[in-house]
Design a binder for this molecule. Structure first.
Ligand SMILES: [Zn+2]
Length: 139
């Protein structure tokens, strides 16, 4: 049931001031993500933060929108949460010891199965990718 609701995504059209559009485009380009991903991240982030601070989502959203520029660092981290493999620098072949899931496609990884251990530029919990999701070594 929850899975079903999560998959049902909607397209929203809205008017935004030209200045904000410029800020969003500049921030998206600096973060190297599509503008639509950034907008989605900002919305999710605003809902989460508003929840925590028990303020209205609209207030939080307008605060975020006004400060897209200053909040770039926080937005970058939020965007990276959408893509857990954003800071991967290499993949090391390993054999799975405990059942896990592929961080890219979500496929189940069973104990004994070969996989790629994601080597990341920053510390974090181990991430694995299935063989199909690993880049092929150049011959
Ligand atoms: Zn995979």
């Amino acid at each position: 049931m929850a899975d079903d609701t999560e998959k049902k995504e909607r397209v929203l059209h809205t008017r935004i001031p030209a200045v904000l559009e410029g800020e969003l485009k500049a921030a998206a380009s600096a973060l190297r993500v599509p503008v639509s991903n950034l907008v989605r991240t900002i919305l999710e982030d605003a809902v989460k933060l508003a929840d925590r601070a028990s303020e209205r989502v609209e207030d939080r959203l307008s605060k975020t929108a006004q400060s897209v520029h200053q909040e770039r660092g926080r937005l970058r981290r939020a965007v990276e949460r959408l893509n857990p493999l954003a800071d991967v620098v290499a993949y090391q072949p390993v054999v799975i010891a405990q059942a896990s899931t592929c961080a890219r496609c979500g496929a189940g990884l069973e104990a004994g199965e070969p996989a790629g251990l994601a080597v990341r530029s920053r510390p974090g919990p181990p991430l694995f990718v299935c063989q199909e999701c690993q880049p092929r070594p150049k011959p």
